[in-house]
Ligand binder design. Structure first.
Ligand SMILES: Nc1ncnc2c1ncn2[C@@H]1O[C@H](COP(=O)(O)OP(=O)(O)OP(=O)(O)O)[C@@H](O)[C@H]1O
Ligand SMILES: [Mg+2]
Length: 357
């Protein structure tokens, strides 16, 4: 039975789910790969598919073709089709915002955003955030962990003490990655970009060697994304530009605002319904000067849509509030440099390489 003949309802998620289920039942990777290809073609050619769904279907097709074996192609396509099936959470969805990492972000604060970034100084800083289990992930210079909190939730933990003490970027002070992660998450919410929520907190750790003695450390606690990196899935920034142009613009705008110097293919993921930027420890430079070669979405000029310009204007209209929130975390020089980038984009109507040469 082909994917198409098994469809009973003309709903995109049903088409994708049907292809996924049939691929799971396949006896070979080759067969799974073909079943998924049929599913993507059905999604791509369906007039009711959204830009996101069509784009992901095209990505699944093109990246599957690039794979060196049927097994890898099937794996890549599984990931893409899973991403079509699970829609991204809506940023205006209050239950989502309030429940991430088990904290009620609305309590006692004017906006959820301020609560999050203000955690270091608000009552949550002494809340019972305890890491029950952790395992190292990634092979970067920072120590990054997948953790299970005592509450049972999964998150990413990037402790300050795991950050290198030497300066990895000329205009970014060392040991400030955790604050920068939280600041990036705050900005992502202002512009409606779906990035993992990050908070700068103190956590306790159950240390088995010390008989449950709880140690305390500071760092960034980051929402877990069920997905894989662009590098693992063989996706290129140019694919996003071609197949998901709105997403490309969103990521470009985000990276320009935060002045990200570390957007390589290990630092954006496909998962949880979308293309998702991660790893913002090397953002918010204190000077707008070029300092790395990792600018996946920010190394060429991109004219901005009216929607993006409105987002920039909205930031500018809240300059005092945003600055007051960010300065205690990343300092006034980094905040000043951010406004310089925002002003330049508003003036030119484009996102172009943000660093002075
Ligand atoms: N929020 C997340 N959800 C799921 N996996 C994640 C998340 N953040 C990071 N990872 C995984 O962990 C890896 C390392 O994380 P991250 O890139 O944030 O740290 P890093 O050690 O600074 O990396 P690098 O120096 O290589 O850029 C990522 O490449 C990704 O595979
Ligand atoms: Mg990384």
């Amino acid at each position: 039975m082909t994917v198409l003949s098994s469809i009973t309802q003309n709903k995109i998620s049903d088409i994708a789910k049907s292809a996924y289920d049939q691929a799971k039942k396949s006896s070979t990777y080759r067969e799974a790969r073909s079943r998924l290809r049929e599913g993507f073609e059905a999604v791509r050619d369906n007039s009711e598919a959204t830009e996101r769904e069509k784009g992901l279907a095209n990505l699944g097709l093109v990246c599957g073709h690039r794979a060196s074996s049927d097994q890898i192609a099937a794996h890549i396509r599984y990931r893409m089709i899973k991403t079509i099936i699970s829609p991204p959470p809506s940023l205006s969805d209050q239950p989502h915002l309030s429940s991430y990492l088990g904290l009620d972000l609305r309590q006692g604060c004017r906006t959820p955003l301020q609560t999050r970034i203000g955690m270091e100084v608000n009552p949550y800083s002494n809340s019972d955030l305890t890491i029950a289990h952790k395992e190292r992930i990634g092979d970067g210079v920072c120590h990054t962990y997948k953790v299970t909190l005592e509450s049972g939730e999964t998150a990413v933990w990037k402790p300050v003490k795991g950050e290198p003490a030497d300066r990895k970027r000329k205009y970014i002070p060392p040991k400030t990655g955790a604050e920068r992660e939280a600041a990036a998450s705050y900005i992502a919410d202002w512009i409606g970009c779906w990035a993992p929520k990050a908070v700068y907190v103190t956590v306790k750790e159950k240390n088995s060697f010390l008989h449950w003695k709880k140690s305390q450390e500071k760092g960034a606690l980051i929402q877990w994304i069920d997905g894989e990196t662009a590098s693992e899935l063989k996706v290129e920034p140019s694919d996003i530009r071609q197949y998901l142009p709105q997403k490309y613009e969103e990521l470009s705008l985000f990276d320009h605002i935060i002045g990200n110097t570390d957007r390589h293919k290990g630092n954006w993921m496909i998962g949880n319904g979308d293309v998702i930027p991660i790893d913002h420890g090397y953002a918010f430079p204190e000077e707008n000067l070029k300092q790395s070669k990792n600018y996946n979405f920010a190394d060429e000029t991109l004219p901005l849509s009216e929607k993006s310009k409105l987002k920039l204007q909205n930031l500018m209209d809240h300059k005092t509030e945003i600055s007051q929130t960010l300065i205690p975390f990343i300092g006034d020089k980094a905040v000043h440099a951010m406004w310089e980038r925002v002003a330049k984009m508003l003036e030119t109507g484009a996102a172009s390489p943000w660093w002075h040469t």
